[in-house]
Ligand binder design. Structure first.
Ligand code: HEC
Ligand code: HEC
Length: 164
């Protein structure tokens, strides 16, 4: 052990000094959208968990391909290899009885684009894409604008078309 320490000490003496001795620490105080000002090596005080919105009213979608958000509580719903509670209401065969929106046609297509007779395995774990919501302040800002809300400013006048 002592021999090792001596060896390491000698090696560090022999090593040429690097061009930069120490990386510079940024001057700004640490701030992170999720952690606030709590340094990385300390544990932040967890915020209160907001109650899940449970209004049973279907929400609008921000864009056509958005997985719709879940408008009801899903506490305790089992979704694992043994059972899928969501399908007990959302399967096409259960929709008439449950009043739930049946899973969309895309949920039957496998990754090769083949339409299967049952739910595609890649769509089995619903909460990978569908999530319940809570009425809270966003943790990170977002400037997303729906394509329908984008008004294109009139550009410079196009020059008259040339005839070839
Ligand atoms: C007890 C029946 C039931 C279960 C179980 C259930 N849902 Fe629902 N779900 C509904 C009903 C009914 C609606 C229609 C709106 C409402 O009443 O909440 C709905 C609405 C939705 C919607 C909105 C659809 C849209 O077009 O906007 C999504 C997404 C959804 N559920 C996902 C899930 C997921 C994921 C699970 C499992 C974690 C689940 N649901 C479990 C009954 C159920
Ligand atoms: C890989 C992501 C993904 C997974 C996993 C997934 N979905 Fe979806 N889901 C979507 C997307 C995207 C849409 C909207 C476009 C569409 O219909 O494909 C959607 C639409 C829906 C809709 C609305 C259908 C309609 O016609 O309006 C329901 C209900 C739904 N999903 C339920 C479920 C349930 C229940 C599961 C689990 C069995 C599930 N989804 C798994 C991505 C997913």
């Amino acid at each position: 052990m002592r021999l090792w320490i001596a060896l390491v000490a000698v090696c560090s003496l022999l090593a040429p000094p690097g061009p930069q001795a120490q990386p510079t620490v940024p001057a700004e105080p640490f701030h992170d959208g999720l952690r606030g000002t709590t340094p990385l090596d300390e544990e932040a005080k967890p915020p209160l968990i907001y109650p899940t919105e449970n209004k049973d009213v279907i929400r609008g979608r921000a864009y056509a391909q958005q997985p719709p958000t879940i408008p009801h509580k899903i506490d305790g719903y089992q979704v694992d290899k043994n059972a899928n509670r969501c399908l007990s209401c959302h399967a096409r065969s259960r929709a008439a009885e449950s009043g739930a929106v049946p899973i969309g046609v895309t949920h039957y297509a496998d990754r090769a684009g083949t339409t299967l007779g049952t739910l595609a395995p890649r769509r089995y774990f619903c909460t990978q894409c569908h999530v319940p919501q809570a009425d809270t302040k966003p943790l990170v800002s977002n400037t997303f604008t729906d394509i329908e809300d984008i008004r294109v400013a009139p550009g410079p006048k196009a020059s008259p078309a040339r005839r070839n």
